[in-house]
Design a protein around this ligand. Structure first.
Ligand code: ATP
Ligand code: MG
Length: 564
């Protein structure tokens, strides 16, 4: 007997534990992840992937990857490839169990014929609009189609001719004969097959009739011997239909459908339809734009599979819809990168500092710690010289009380280097803009500590001007200003909440020389600034970084308080 392998517990695992105990499905646990290849996967899919593959792992079962490719209009090979890549990247393996619903078209068709022969399906000549009209509403029952009582022979003949391509698109459908007065609209003679003269990315021109989701999905599950068919809550009302088909067909394997609440994440959208719109309308640069909640976007942004999996574990699964704050996702990536990202010094908005008492030609190599969280990551040498860059916002000429960083006459520490004191502020005589600072350094404070024990209130990051390497840095903010962008006023759409400032590009940042040669995907903590990774646009002569996530900036907080 199998019991779950991990300490994880949730209502789905509880149901499965129960089924395993009673020996339902012979004690086996078999799940599947069934994406429709009509877009890239997003973080909501990651939740479903972690759940399905995770359960299979916990119960020593199996999980299939199955493309739910029953709709030829929207599906593309590019999506199939991206989905495989993303599932693998997340760390899951379907081994030799990669399936396509389209592989079962022949079997589905045989099942359709079987249902017709049982007198439980009919060919209907109503148009899509008429079918909708006849269907009724939540409060009104539907009306029987005038074609509902066709004979089995006529239905078999018409269905055969539908398949043979005799009829134009939309002229006829095959419908299950269930109950037009059912309280559940899904049970009001749902369409099983529709006519579409359209080539399919796998079956080519072989078919001109295509099965509907509700029919195709339960049959695919059954054919694959799935035991627990886990899906999101919007399919709860479809479960009676799922069960109806499988009961009527008397299949050997009748999986249990279990629904859970889909992930909603604040300040973004998790619907392929909306994500496609953002891509097509050029609001983002593509599916892998680092602002996108897609797996491809998160990967390019510098997220790790560990962080995404950890996030999915933390949010858990439940039956209630809710909105998860995106800061939890950010917390997970910070936690992961804190352990693994080497620290480096980078200046985003540079301010020149001349150490006036430092020899002109001298360069020193100072020792810096690569990761204070992990001693095994060792140390590195960074060059120090007379001309440096510090961050513009680390200096103020007329500071507020709470500002502890560099000001005229004050001493601060340069990380891993020396104490410096600002002795002069050089300005452009026309504009009054600060051009550079003149500072003195105290040679006794090498390494960042004063032998006389005197203290400073701030430690600044810096780079040596003549050694620094130029880089472009892309700063990202939330794609949407509103926590729930789908909450919209009449007449507007979700795009009315787009954040116009979700991307800021800094063209001339200065990074410490050791970063030269960094390659795509490498991630770093830029000290005091956040976590950054090398973007795919980076090349040998141009470094490009994405900001993955900021550090929790205590400075910003203190300064906000000071202002308020
Ligand atoms: P979308 O609404 O983004 O178009 P979908 O449900 O149409 O999503 P599918 O490709 O059919 O996308 O989804 C594959 C699986 O992922 C399904 O089992 C679906 O229930 C699940 N899934 C999709 N979105 C989410 C989400 N936000 N949270 C959890 N699971 C999800
Ligand atoms: Mg779907």
């Amino acid at each position: 007997m199998t019991t779950p392998d991990s300490a994880r517990s949730d209502f789905i695992r509880d149901i499965i534990t129960g089924d395993v105990k009673t020996g339902k499905y012979g004690g086996k646990v078999y799940t599947r992840f069934p994406p429709e290849p009509n877009g890239y996967l997003h973080i909501g899919h990651a939740k479903s992937i972690c759940l399905n593959f995770g359960i299979a792992k916990d119960f020593k079962g199996l999980c299939n990857l199955r493309f739910d490719d029953t709709n030829p209009t929207k599906e593309e090979v590019e999506y199939v490839e991206s989905i495989k890549k993303d599932v693998r990247w997340l760390g899951f393996d379907w081994e030799d169990r990669l399936f396509y619903a389209s592989d079962y078209f022949e079997q589905m068709c045989r099942y359709a014929v079987q249902i017709i022969k049982m007198g439980k399906a009919y060919v209907c000549d109503l148009s899509a609009d008429e079918i909708r009209e006849y269907r009724g509403t939540l409060t009104e029952p539907g009306k029987d189609s005038p074609y509902r009582n066709r004979s089995v022979e006529e239905n078999l003949d018409l269905f055969e001719r539908m398949r043979a391509g005799e009829f134009p698109d939309g002229s006829r459908t095959l419908r299950a004969k269930i109950d037009m007065k059912s309280g559940n609209i899904n049970m009001r003679d749902p369409v099983i097959y529709r006519i579409m003269h359209m080539p399919h990315h796998r079956t080519g021109d072989k078919w001109c009739i295509y099965p509907m989701y509700d029919f195709a999905h339960c049959i695919s599950d059954s054919i694959e011997g799935i035991t627990h068919s886990i899906c999101t809550l919007e399919f709860e009302d479809h479960r009676p239909l799922y069960d109806w088909f499988l009961d009527e067909l008397e299949v050997d394997c009748h999986p249990k459908q279990i629904e859970f609440a889909r992930l909603n994440l604040s300040h973004t959208v998790l619907s392929k339809r909306k994500l496609i719109k953002l891509v097509e309308d050029g609001n983002v640069t593509g599916w892998d734009d680092p602002r996108m909640p897609t797996i491809a976007g998160l990967r390019r942004r510098g997220y790790t599979p560990e962080a995404v999996r950890n996030f999915c574990e933390r949010i858990g699964v439940s039956k209630r819809d809710n909105l998860v704050d995106i800061s939890l996702l950010e917390y997970c990536i910070r936690e992961d990168l804190n352990k693994r990202a080497p620290r480096v010094m980078v200046v985003l908005h540079s301010l020149r500092v001349v150490i006036v008492n430092y020899p002109e030609e001298k360069t020193e190599e100072l020792e810096a710690i690569n990761n204070p969280e992990d001693a095994t990551m060792g140390t590195r040498k960074i060059p120090f010289s007379r001309v440096l860059y510090i961050e513009q916002e680390d200096f103020q000429e007329a500071p507020p009380k709470q500002f502890f960083r560099l000001v005229p006459g004050r001493e601060v520490r340069l990380r891993y280097a020396y104490f410096i004191k600002c002795v002069d502020v050089i300005k452009d005589t026309n504009t009054g803009r600060i051009i550079e600072l003149h500072c003195t350094y105290d040679p006794e404070t090498r390494g960042g500590n004063a032998p006389d024990g005197r203290k400073v209130k701030a430690t600044l990051h810096w780079v040596s001007a003549s050694h620094a390497v130029d880089a472009e840095v892309r700063l990202y903010d939330y794609l949407f200003l509103k926590a729930d962008p789908t909450d919209i006023e009449e007449g507007k759409d979700f795009k009315s909440h787009i954040n116009p400032n979700s991307l800021e590009i800094l063209k001339s940042c200065r990074v410490e020389p050791g970063l030269k040669g960094a390659t795509q995907g490498d991630c770093y903590q830029f000290e005091r600034l956040g976590y950054f990774c090398v973007d795919k646009d980076s090349s040998d002569n141009k470094l490009v970084f994405n900001r993955t996530v900021t550090l929790r900036d205590t400075w910003a907080k203190i300064e906000k308080k000071g202002k308020g």
